[in-house]
Design a protein around this ligand. Structure first.
Ligand SMILES: [Zn+2]
Length: 160
């Protein structure tokens, strides 16, 4: 089920919505191979109709499967959007579009989940990177190898 809100249901009262948005519905365009999503997104939101807009407030939770940019280890991390807020205008140029009196919130969830991804996922804040790269055979040049992200070091090795 996509996450839709029917405007008619909002006329006399606010709506509370709890549930899960499946991966198929979410349909994330994951360009970043370091992060993937394998579990549905949980939502817990309240929807309210204002005079000229719909206000959505609540929480989104999803588990991210990440790959550490330094040591390439896989780990999972919770992404929690605690104060998720949407202000959807009903009038003017920015007005949202309706289908059978309903508006689909899925694209907004998708966008904000993607924005919430960590830029450089690390398995832990002080991750030391790949052991091989940091031990580096007696060559104690604190130069190129360490300043480059270790993912590149790995790639270079593969090419040899
Ligand atoms: Zn790491």
């Amino acid at each position: 089920m996509p996450l839709t809100v029917n405007l008619r249901h909002l006329e006399n009262r606010d709506l509370e919505l709890h549930g899960e948005l499946s991966l198929a519905e979410l349909d994330l365009d994951l360009r970043d191979e370091m992060i993937s999503v394998t579990q549905p997104v949980e939502y817990d939101i309240e929807v309210e109709k204002l005079d000229d807009a719909i206000l959505v407030q609540g929480e989104l939770h999803v588990e991210l499967e990440c790959e550490c940019v330094r040591c390439l280890k896989k780990f999972t991390r919770k992404l929690d959007l605690q104060d998720w807020t949407l202000h959807l205008p009903l009038e003017g140029e920015e007005a949202i579009t309706f289908k059978n009196d309903s508006v689909d919130l899925t694209p907004f969830v998708r966008e904000d989940i993607l924005l919430g991804f960590p830029q450089h996922p690390l398995c832990r804040p002080d991750c030391g990177g790949l052991k091989k790269a940091s031990v580096g055979k007696a060559r104690k040049t604190v130069g190129k190898e360490e300043s480059k992200p270790s993912a590149w070091a790995e790639l270079n090795k593969l090419k040899l």
